[in-house]
Design a protein around this ligand. Structure first.
Ligand SMILES: *Cc1c(COP(=O)(O)O)cnc(C)c1O
Length: 376
């Protein structure tokens, strides 16, 4: 058969006492010991994710992307350490730093990933890890990951990258100098808005740390979900290609509209981050944002409510398009919003996750939505 079967099991039966004794202590993937250490369906998915990340030695699966973020940070940090977190990180990543990690005695500092000198100055002797995200959540800044990771290494810290946006197909995290690549598989890998999962992939040096930490935390994913994620992974390349193409068409149209102050889509020529995106990425996805010009919160809500083809909902990376408002100042510590170089003071954003629909239909939907706002 083409695909591995769904092996549902907690208990593995050994033929005799000698093989039970031989099987347990090794603690390696590929040896079925007990369900919490995973089974063949989960290993197939982990292996496939390792295979698409150049330089990787292994992948650990987690029950959500947020669990992967927490698991990876807990694998590399100890009480007394300090952590640097990009200021445009996904909100739950910030909450992990300010919440649980703080309680466990790990200090954190947010930094502006576009200001390399202040980043360099943010390290102290205890800085053991740097958290990057590229492009940044919601506001889509593209940072110089190879340079930020190189500086981290020079300072004796490991760098972890949230690579959910591009996936390894669009950005080689380890190849660009990062030590751990984290993804929410709920997004592109699942691809059909029907599963929650996360992963962390690392080279030889850190894979074992990831794995043992996740085992101690009791993290495991179900074989049914692993099978769905594997199925999604088979078509991820073509879905990403199509949704990127659709997103660029929609972004390009939005850029021409008088109601739009700025389009935050690194794939779009002329948009912020486009040059670095072209230098470092081999692909993109359907997720980008835009900022309304001269709109009130009520007008923004009217636009979102008027949309017929876009759902209102969290998450992204599915086959269907979604729209959600965002307000960066509530999630920032050091980066200005709107950015200092923005042409207008507008700050009300909408994030779009463009799916596999016909982009002309999506554009027509946005056109009637913009008309409903009364912004001119
Ligand atoms: C959604 C998301 C996550 C978290 O993933 P879940 O699977 O929803 O827990 C992490 N990082 C980014 C950038 C995300 O958008």
């Amino acid at each position: 058969m083409v695909n591995p079967p769904v092996w549902r099991a907690s208990t593995h039966l050994y033929p005799d006492e000698a093989s039970r004794k031989a099987g347990g202590p090794k603690n390696e993937d590929g040896r079925f010991y007990y369900g919490r250490r995973g089974g063949p369906t989960q290993w197939s998915l982990a292996e496939a994710l390792t295979e698409i990340e150049p330089g990787a030695a292994g992948t650990v699966l987690y029950p959500s992307g947020v669990a992967a973020i927490a698991g990876a940070l807990m694998a590399v940090l100890e009480p007394g350490d300090a952590l640097l977190v990009t200021d445009n990180a996904y909100e739950p990543t910030r909450a992990m730093a300010t919440g649980l990690l703080s309680r466990w005695g790990v200090e954190h500092r947010f930094f502006d990933p576009l200001d390399i000198e202040s980043y360099r100055g943010a390290f102290c002797e205890r800085t053991k890890a740097v958290w990057l995200e590229n492009p940044g959540s919601l506001t889509m800044e593209v940072c110089d990951v190879p340079e930020l990771a190189r500086i981290a290494r020079e300072k004796g810290a490991v760098s972890l990258l949230d690579n959910t946006w591009a996936s390894p197909l669009g950005f080689a995290a380890l190849g660009n100098g990062c030590d751990i690549s984290v993804m929410s598989l709920s997004k592109h890998v699942g691809g059909h808005s029907d599963l929650m999962m996360g992963s962390a992939t690392a080279g030889e040096a850190l894979y074992k740390r990831l794995r043992i930490t996740s085992q101690q935390l009791g993290q495991v994913v179900s074989p049914d979900d692993a099978s769905l994620a594997l199925r999604g992974l088979r078509t991820m390349g073509v879905r990403l290609k199509q949704s990127s193409e659709n997103a660029v068409a929609v972004a390009n149209w939005l850029a021409s509209r008088p109601e739009v102050a700025q389009v935050l889509c690194p794939m779009l020529p002329g948009a912020p981050g486009h040059e670095l995106w072209r230098r470092d990425f081999s692909g993109g996805c359907g997720l980008f944002s835009f900022v309304l010009k001269g709109a009130s919160e009520e007008q923004r809500a009217k636009l979102i409510d008027a949309l017929q083809l876009f759902g209102i909902g969290y998450s992204w990376g599915g086959f269907e398009s979604l729209a959600i408002p965002f307000d960066p100042p509530s999630m920032r510590s050091v980066m200005a919003w709107p950015p200092e170089n923005a042409e207008t003071g507008d700050r009300l954003g909408i994030r779009l996750s463009i799916g596999l629909e016909d982009p002309q239909d999506l554009i027509a939907d946005l056109e009637q939505g913009l008309a409903a706002t009364g912004i001119s």
